[in-house]
Write a protein of this length. Structure first.
Length: 304
């Protein structure tokens, strides 16, 4: 059931809402910061039925059909998890964040890539504390990080959020903003930089690859795999989960490689391996998948 258009709607990309969330996350008392976000998450879960329906569909991908009570419980838990992750990402300048803790699984894969002169591409998704994982990657690898995202419709909200990320050491590149953006990203990789791309959101004008997720058809953007082939750099799946207040678990999977001028079947194989890693992560943290956009993950055309 869609939200009625004649009623007042709280849009998730509204500038005033983003700024209000930032001020609360940045300056609220420690106790409120630690526990208050959960209440906001539960509140928005109740007033945004269309987003709840998308979350329900996501959970059914993972679990299959379950009781209505269990579904409602996990839907609310997803919104609460999102609120906690968003608040902590916006509050990275707080004193509390100085005690931020990361538990890293698969560090050996990053250690291997750190020996390479060229950069690499991080394949991630809208899961857990991805906004807090990127600054950690920047600090530990001592390499510049660019996160590639689709432009938000609200320019003021986009610029505000990007400024918060920039202060944490992460640069944002928006898909379709500049015809020469691909050349800049290619140069960034060849100079040893890191590019992070979210696989569960496909740009409206971009090419896609058909893969399988939880046994159902799914699409992922073709761009990251084509860029990896062109730049001769690996793609490494990395996902982050929130396991406590400013405490995150980062799961790193084995790097994927796509040869130069790779055949379509080779590119598709790498894309499916990335989707498999996302599936493995989501089976462990199903209520930390913050994919709220309906229809962006369904096959729409063949990539050739």
């Amino acid at each position: 059931m869609a939200e009625p258009s004649h009623r007042f709607r709280l849009k998730h990309d509204a500038y005033w809402l983003r700024r209000l969330a930032y001020l609360g996350a940045r300056y609220s008392p420690p106790g409120f910061m630690k526990h208050g976000a959960a209440g906001f998450g539960a509140f928005f879960s109740g007033i945004l039925p269309s987003y709840r329906n998308v979350v329900r569909e996501n959970l059914r991908r993972i679990y299959g059909p379950r009781s209505a009570w269990q579904e409602q419980k996990d839907i609310t838990k997803t919104f609460v998890s999102y609120a906690n992750c968003l608040a902590e990402a916006l509050g990275l300048e707080r004193m509390d964040a100085n005690a931020i803790e990361y538990t890293v699984l698969g560090q050996e894969f990053l250690d291997e890539l750190s020996k390479c002169e060229t950069g690499f591409i991080v394949a991630t998704a809208h899961v857990g504390a991805w906004d807090c994982a990127a600054p950690h990657l920047h600090r530990t690898m001592q390499r510049p990080v660019i996160v590639v995202m689709e432009r938000e419709g609200n320019a003021a909200a986009r610029e505000f959020q990007d400024s918060v990320r920039a202060r944490a050491g992460v640069e944002i590149a928006h898909v379709g903003e500049d015809a020469f953006e691909g050349l800049r990203l290619l140069k960034h990789l060849r100079n040893g930089g890191i590019i992070a791309v979210q696989l569960d959101r496909t740009p409206k004008s971009g090419r896609t690859l058909d893969v399988s997720l939880f046994g159902h058809p799914y699409v992922t953007p073709a761009g990251p795999f084509q860029l990896a082939s062109l730049a001769s750099v690996p793609i490494i799946p990395v996902y982050s989960a929130r396991i406590g207040f400013y405490h995150y678990e980062i799961r790193i999977f084995a790097p994927l490689r796509v040869g130069r001028r790779a055949a379509h079947c080779e590119v598709l194989k790498a894309a499916q391996s990335a989707a498999d890693s996302l599936e493995e992560f989501l089976r462990i943290y199903p209520t930390q998948w913050f994919h709220f956009e309906r229809g962006t993950d369904l096959p729409r055309r063949k990539d050739s």
